[in-house]
Design a protein around this ligand. Sequence first.
Ligand code: AMP
Ligand code: GLY
Length: 425
Amino acid sequence: MNILVLGSGGREHALSWKIAQSPMVDMLYCAPGNGGIGDVASCVDLDMRDHDAVISFCREMEIDFVVVGPEAPLVAGLVDDLDHEGILAFGPTKGGAQLEGSKGFTKDVCAKYGIPTAAYGRFDNADAAKAYASEQGAPIVVKADGLAAGKGVIIAQSVEEAHAAIDDMFAGSFGDAGAEVVIEEFMTGEEASFFALSDGKNTLALATAQDHKAVGEGDTGPNTGGMGAYSPAPVMTDAMCDRVMTEIIDPTVKAMADMGHPYKGVFFAGLMITDEGPKLIEYNCRFGDPECQVLMTRMTSDIVPLLIAAAKGELDGHTADWSDNAALTVVMAAKGYPGKYEKGTEISDLAAAEAETGAHIFHAGTKREEEKLLATGGRVLNVTATGKDVTEARARAYAAVDTITWPDGFCRRDIGWRAVAREKA
Ligand code: AMP
Ligand code: GLY
């Protein structure tokens, strides 16, 4: 069959790399792709915001299956439009993608179906929001309702800080995403990410990961899209995963079906493992980036039948197999990220880094120009390695990082610290 992957990040490189290994694939395309995806797929210059252009491409190239990587096209209803044309696609419809597109929507689903999460209030004006924050006290969490590229969350340490964040959001600091605000109880515990497929009725647990959102070592500094990740997350024991499926994922699938938005796609649940058990922080309606890179590295099953079964409502009876090894990915970013950074700087010695260490490098913001590989984005490379534990995977990943020549790039040197500390104990 012919498959089209949409996106241009490390997540889409990892998905394309994994899909390309399937014997079911004849032609694999990725739009728009990046400087690394061309090794495993044919990159095409296609704007995924232009749904008609995507549909025309699918017709012309006889695409049998579309895999949507990022959230924006899902929230914009690309899968609805593909469905309407009879083109099979992986990812939720616009109705399903509200789970990521509106934090207030998700909180209401949790409240109605008894899904454990932080206590909350939803507000469309600053006065009511501030009154609620004052009543609840600090620390308290202030969130822009809509998509804010991972930046619309303020953990306020005082009521004054919460009030300032509320004013900021209603003043438009996150654009339309902040037209409504969710205020939440501050939860404490260890964070973990949990992934599961759903076909609208049936679910299949995938795997777990932990990421590092902050740009600086020791999880300090401004938040980014993610500076590294590893899988599995040691805090996610089998018993904890079972609880997440029965207490969080399965009720969500039921809720979405009841509401007329049967959810087909992947759940990326951000969890807080509290003393009372797992609680939902938020849902994303697509794979994580860079979490996908470690998931695909550990998955031993063919992913294509699983994605197709999710899209067709035929997930029942499917299983997913995983390597017992740990996988860890270190993100190399352009110096200055997540602030301003230079574009077009040259990177070399990737092949040597892979050959000498066995690591695998997924590209994010890169492009090839003649013989050169150039950095074009903030997050640029995902240096990914496996090992019998996180400690071993990490040593291998950093050995590869140290072989890469990129004077204009940087990475955190402590990815996996929490798991490594556990393994030492
Ligand atoms: P989100 O974009 O909702 O994942 O939030 C970003 C980060 O803020 C999460 O990964 C948590 O570290 C933190 N966070 C969000 N909501 C809460 C909460 N209710 N309690 C504690 N931390 C939170
Ligand atoms: N790494 C976090 C995300 O993909 O949203």
